[in-house]
Design a protein around this ligand. Structure first.
Ligand SMILES: *[C@@H]1O[C@H](CO)[C@@H](O)[C@H](O)[C@H]1NC(C)=O
Ligand SMILES: *[C@@H]1O[C@H](CO)[C@@H](O)[C@H](O)[C@H]1NC(C)=O
Ligand SMILES: *[C@@H]1O[C@H](CO)[C@@H](O)[C@H](O)[C@H]1NC(C)=O
Ligand SMILES: *[C@@H]1O[C@H](CO)[C@@H](O)[C@H](O)[C@H]1NC(C)=O
Length: 363
């Protein structure tokens, strides 16, 4: 039984869950083994960047910390509701309560939507094995070989937009804090991806826009966050990522990213760099546990001398909507850049697709 996951070059994440294996095509630089049992000693989290992108950021994994690697691909055709999300957790449920109960902290999850919107998901873990993470440099290939779990195939990632940190481009000595106690790095903000999977005997093959980030914390999730919006997508020639987080004490944390032609136009966490707000039916801000999901979001980016990018995001499909705390969506986007020349000139209409989520953790 092998569920094989391979990220060529940048990161080789080997989840030896009895179902994950990996191949090295590249000399490894740093290798880390993460045992599947939760550790009982004090943990240390990294919140200032060094020369390594995408390695583990929390050592060891005790009951109150988490570390994740997240990958997604979304269709660029609004009439085709195909998507894939793969997440690798080295995370105990005590630190991230929305995870399924498991004795193992090394857990992988795959969620799929077929072209007609039909959903499929599976979580995989095995207490007897841990995970190995090896960090190098380049593009990614996720290889899944888990016939016993109903899924085999590959997901390739050819990056088209530069990596970044919460407040700016990748460089050593930068803050990795997205908000209080939450670390984040966006290793692949956008990529061309070819997905070719077989899920319970049905082929899911499409080309889309892909994304990879990782996040971590030295505290359990929910001890700081009241609600948040995250999203990302491809809009015309732009690759965009937004974070708009409301902390329990009412402070808002932001992170904006806009790139075009493989160059960063905006990467910032400054006030005003981005806002995301629900719009349309059921739009309530701030969202709380009892408020239903909105029909869409309005997201605005400050592009400095290039003006403002205004985006309307419309929910086309709920990819996860099983509890009030969390929802993941895919949807279409429309946007325009209004020029920064003071004349209010508005550019051509942009269209695209997004994958986005909301958390609401309080009433
Ligand atoms: C895990 O490590 C963190 C950071 O050192 C510490 O605050 C926390 O108490 C530890 N948790 C457990 C359950 O040992
Ligand atoms: C949607 O697609 C899936 C996967 O191909 C298929 O199993 C399912 O029957 C389809 N549902 C409908 C309503 O066509
Ligand atoms: C981690 O990042 C992924 C992708 O941005 C997101 O879906 C998830 O909610 C994040 N979770 C935490 C706990 O930060
Ligand atoms: C708005 O909320 C109602 C009640 O929960 C729900 O039935 C409806 O689907 C929601 N609308 C949207 C656009 O999600």
């Amino acid at each position: 039984m092998t569920f094989l996951l391979m990220m060529v070059r940048v990161l080789r994440l080997v989840f030896l869950l009895g179902i994950f294996l990996a191949f090295a095509t590249h000399a490894q630089r740093d290798a880390y083994f993460i045992p599947s049992a939760v550790q009982t000693t004090a943990s240390q989290a990294q919140f200032i960047s060094d020369a390594t992108l995408d390695g583990p950021k929390v050592h060891p994994i005790n009951a109150s910390v988490f570390d994740w690697w997240y990958f997604d691909v979304v269709s660029l055709d609004p009439s085709v509701l195909s998507s894939v999300v793969v997440t690798f957790f080295t995370t105990p449920q005590s630190a991230f309560p929305l995870l399924p109960a498991s004795d193992s902290i090394t857990l992988a999850y795959i969620w799929v939507s077929f072209p007609n919107g039909t959903l499929w998901a599976k979580a995989v873990s095995d207490l007897s094995r841990g995970a190995t993470v090896e960090v190098a440099a380049g593009a990614y290939l996720v290889v899944i070989d888990a016939p016993d779990f109903g899924v085999t195939g590959t997901i390739s990632f050819q990056p088209t937009a530069p990596a970044h940190y919460p407040c700016g481009p990748v460089a050593e000595g930068q803050s990795l804090k997205l908000s209080t106690h939450l670390g984040w790095e966006n290793v692949i903000p956008d990529a061309v991806s070819v997905v070719d999977l077989r899920v319970d005997g049905v082929r899911l093959a499409f080309t889309g826009s892909a994304y990879h980030d990782k996040n971590w914390s030295d505290q359990p999730f929910g001890t700081h966050v009241a609600s948040w919006y995250w999203g990302r997508g491809r809009l015309g020639a732009y690759s965009i990522v937004w974070w708009d987080i409301l902390g329990l004490t009412g402070e808002e944390s932001l992170s904006a990213y806009v790139a075009r032609d493989n160059k960063i136009i905006s990467a910032s966490c400054k006030a005003g760099s981005v806002t995301a707000r629900p719009v349309g039916e059921n739009a309530t801000y701030p969202p709380v546990l009892s408020t239903p999901n909105p029909a869409g979001y309005h997201v605005e980016f400050d592009l400095g001398k290039e003006g403002r990018l205004e985006v309307d995001v419309l929910v086309l499909a709920n990819l996860i909507d099983v509890n009030p705390e969390y929802a993941r969506f895919m949807g279409s986007m429309e946007g325009v850049v209004s020029s920064g020349n003071g004349n209010g000139d508005v550019g051509e209409k942009l269209v695209g697709m997004a994958l986005f989520e909301q958390f609401k953790l309080t009433e």
